[in-house]
Design a protein around this ligand. Structure first.
Ligand code: ADE
Length: 244
């Protein structure tokens, strides 16, 4: 799967891209992340990408020309296939990261993971000139009801959640299906996990997990998930399950 990230701060990404699962996924060719500096599409000699809002008010607004031209150029880019003859343009789904967007949840992550290519447009300052939306008609996505300093961290959240669902990215094919909010466990949080030592400062690992009885362990985990969900996130349980 290919991600294109359009940002004014491409240098925020290499640290994140170079770690853990994502690094391995990139090395294995399962994921490709291309960074694009919106400033490269600035027109004037000062390379300005923002300006004061018409009508007055605080802050700066991202200008329409560099953003639209950057997206258009990136959309036209071919895949970097090793065999040039096979390379093709895949227009991809354009996502603008903004607190005004549809709130990201696991069903939306699943929808995004089904795409071959995601183009993630990160904003800064007080937002985008409205004509960016009018012309490009992106899907607008928010990672939560709070305001970040820009879309970069939100883009990393999207990439992080999506790559877990790409076959082969997780070591164990089962493990993303066990995640809280995944399709098979949409309404349950994850059960508690333990590893060695069996006792620490008087806190014991539950006996059942040491029993070797897989049926009992599965039943205990199911019950744990249910209890935790009821306690913390009753809103996830359907009215029937929560006894309403
Ligand atoms: N940019 C600033 N705040 C954001 C949020 N909550 N989600 C996505 N992009 C953002």
């Amino acid at each position: 799967m290919r991600f294109d990230v359009l940002t004014l701060f491409p240098e925020m990404f290499p640290g994140y891209l170079g770690q853990s699962l994502l690094k391995l996924a990139i090395q294995r060719g399962l994921v490709d992340v291309k960074l694009h500096d919106i400033r490269d599409w600035a027109k004037d000699k000062h390379k300005s990408v923002d300006d004061r809002p018409f009508g007055g008010g605080p802050g700066m607004v991202l200008r329409v020309e560099p953003v639209v031209e950057c997206v258009e150029a990136v959309r036209e880019e071919k895949d970097s296939a090793s065999n040039a003859k096979d390379s093709q343009v895949r227009p991809g789904r354009l996502v603008m990261l903004t607190p005004q967007g549809r709130k990201l949840d696991q069903p939306l992550v699943e929808e995004l993971a089904a795409e071959e290519r995601l183009i993630l447009l990160c904003g800064r300052y007080e937002g985008f000139d409205q004509r960016v939306r009018d012309i490009l008609e992106p899907d607008e996505i928010s990672v939560g009801d709070y305001v970040l300093n820009g879309g970069e961290v939100a883009a990393m959240v999207v990439i992080d959640a999506v790559i877990r669902l790409i076959p082969g990215v997780l070591g164990d094919e089962q493990s993303s299906q066990q995640d809280s909010f995944s399709a098979s466990r949409r309404h349950l949080l994850e059960f508690s996990q333990y590893t060695r030592p069996r006792e620490f400062r008087g806190h014991q690992v539950p006996e059942v997990l040491l029993s070797g009885d897989h049926q009992q362990i599965a039943a205990w985990r199911e019950e744990e998930s249910r209890r935790k969900t009821e306690q913390r996130r009753g809103d996830l349980l359907s009215p029937r399950e929560s006894g309403e």
